[in-house]
Ligand binder design. Structure first.
Ligand code: 3UK
Length: 514
């Protein structure tokens, strides 16, 4: 097995005085980040960790997240980042599933999660990140220490722990549209592979770059954006622990003047609305905008260029592949497309029988590349279904045009047929979104009174408007731009669409709601 560099050394070997992290009023240099990371590792040794042990990280975007993640890697233990916005039940499900020995957690989350953490049999200690002067909590049956004052022990020798490309380094939990969250196992070689492929070929990050991601560190997208890409290139990252509202992003753009911005489509949409209403977005520091997580509607992509003269590079990635493997390139953006395969990844489109589809035909997207997860933690059945003969089944339907650009059709579960012909929710959503009184829209399969499949539009109207009139106008719009079978027959108006914490519309929830 090929030897690999431990992630601790990969990121922190030549720790200089250059800025690594901007956080509030603080600027942490690489040297300081290395110092803090070593101290954290010494505290984790004192907490009795052994290589291979799992530790949950339930932290906001902060220097503590980065130093804890790299300290755990240095010791050969496994970091399990968990979205702090999850419910206490979901957080403890994940900690229980990976049999975490300890958890590093924000003290502000404790009142909510304390009782469920006490029920976890494998959890021995809780390390808290707390504000100065805050009291130490007590737990039944668990040791509680403070991340900044816990006792330290000597680092094991050698440090960092020797690893090869396949030594597990971190688990990323992903829920998919149904079922329990499952932990994708990623190894020490996976992050460097995303840095050498997508980051090098598409982003080309230089030490002068300052990166800001509205998507958070516990997700594969945010982890790449805010940890892997800035730190591997000795650039800097702006970490913001709060909710990335348009107002917060406006302030960050002014205060830190980032050069690269990462968001999901809903964030770009909200920023456009905010700017139209207030004129307050100052984007002159940005050289690059990236979108991922779900398809960026062509209308939003176009409006962004018109408004700001900046392209958004849409690209598809997944937790299983760790980061983006098909992406648009600067200067060659196709609105509504996910772009071209990233060097280092192979993709194929196949039909239900596994045969390659013709150019222009839709098929199931499979992908292959060395950043792929080694499988799901203790889930042999789903692992066998998703990781097949070196390929990863994405669950997405795509088509590829004659120039090699890939177009997302939908999740295989979200696509449906009307009058025997495939319908892609995205295409219809994009048409309806052109109406200025449509704030948001999702297309799902509906049933006519006779029980036939038809197109149903679930619409979030913008402001107060006569819904009958809006419906008529939307039907006119559909008639102008869509063939008959793709025009919505049923309309529902709602206040909000259900979304995952990463901003994906949960069309299955709308289907269940009927
Ligand atoms: C969908 C997209 C169309 C697609 C992710 C960038 O989203 C990420 O990972 P997840 O595991 O979800 C993966 C699924 O999300 N998707 C993501 N990006 C796009 N669909 N266009 C896109 N640009 O269904 C995919 O299978 O949460 C994104 C980097 C790392 C990631 N993990």
């Amino acid at each position: 097995m090929a030897k690999a560099v431990n992630l601790f050394d990969y990121f922190l070997s030549d720790a200089s005085e250059a800025p690594a992290i901007y956080f509030g009023d603080d600027v942490l240099s690489y040297a300081r980040l290395r110092g803090v990371t070593v101290e954290t590792a010494q505290r984790l040794v004192a907490a009795g960790l052994q290589p291979g042990d799992r530790v949950g990280l339930v932290l906001f975007d902060s220097p503590e997240f980065v130093s804890s993640f790299l300290a755990l890697s240095g010791l050969g233990t496994i970091a399990v980042p968990i979205n702090p916005a999850l419910s206490a039940k979901d957080i403890s499900f994940i900690l229980g599933d990976c049999a975490a020995r300890g958890v590093i957690i924000e003290s502000t989350l404790l009142p909510e999660v304390m009782s469920s953490l006490e029920t976890l049999p494998d959890l021995q200690w809780v390390m808290i990140v707390r504000a100065e002067g805050e009291a130490m909590p007590t737990f039944r049956g668990k040791r509680v220490v403070d991340l900044s004052t816990a006792p330290r022990d000597e680092l094991p020798s050698p440090f960092p722990h020797p690893v090869d490309e396949d030594t597990p380094a971190f688990f990323l939990y992903t829920s998919g549209s149904t079922g329990q969250p499952k932990g994708a196992i990623h190894a020490h070689g996976d992050i460097p592979y995303t840095v050498e492929t997508y980051c090098r070929h598409v982003l080309n990050i230089k030490p002068e770059d300052r990166i800001f991601s509205a998507s958070k560190l516990p997700f594969a997208y945010g982890l790449g954006n805010s940890l892997s890409f800035p730190l591997a290139n000795r650039a800097s990252v702006i970490l913001y622990p709060g909710k990335p509202t348009p107002e917060a992003i406006r302030d960050i753009l002014v205060r830190y003047r980032p050069t690269v911005f990462f968001g999901v489509p809903v964030v770009y949409n909200a920023l456009l609305t905010f700017h139209r209403q207030s004129g307050q977005l100052e984007v002159s520091s940005l050289r690059l905008c990236v979108s991922a997580g779900e398809a960026l509607p062509a209308s939003v992509s176009q409006a962004w260029v018109e408004q700001f003269g900046l392209e958004i590079l849409d690209g598809i990635g997944s937790t299983e592949m760790l980061h983006i493997f098909i992406s648009n390139r600067a200067g060659q953006v196709r609105h509504g497309s996910s772009g071209l395969p990233v060097p280092g990844y192979d993709v194929k489109l196949i039909d239900d029988e596994g045969r390659p589809v013709e150019i222009g035909e839709q098929g199931h997207l499979w992908v292959r590349g060395k950043s792929a997860a080694r499988g799901y933690w203790q889930r042999p059945d789903v692992t066998a279904r998703t990781f097949v003969e070196g390929w990863v089944r994405t669950g997405d339907m795509y088509r590829c045009d004659s120039e090699g650009y890939y177009y997302h059709i939908g999740r295989s579960d979200d696509c449906f047929k009307v009058s025997g012909q495939w319908v892609s929710p995205l295409e219809i959503e994009d048409v309806l979104r052109q109406h200025e009184r449509v704030q948001d829209v999702a297309i799902i399969e509906g049933k006519t009174e006779e029980g036939f499949s038809c197109v149903k539009a679930v619409v979030v109207p913008a402001g107060n408007i006569d819904l009958d009139r809006l419906k008529t106008e939307l039907m006119d719009l559909a008639e102008e731009s869509l063939p008959r079978f793709k025009r919505p027959k049923i309309f529902a108006f709602v206040a909000d669409l259900p979304r995952t914490p990463t901003g994906k519309v949960q069309r299955f929830k709308l289907r269940q709601a009927g």
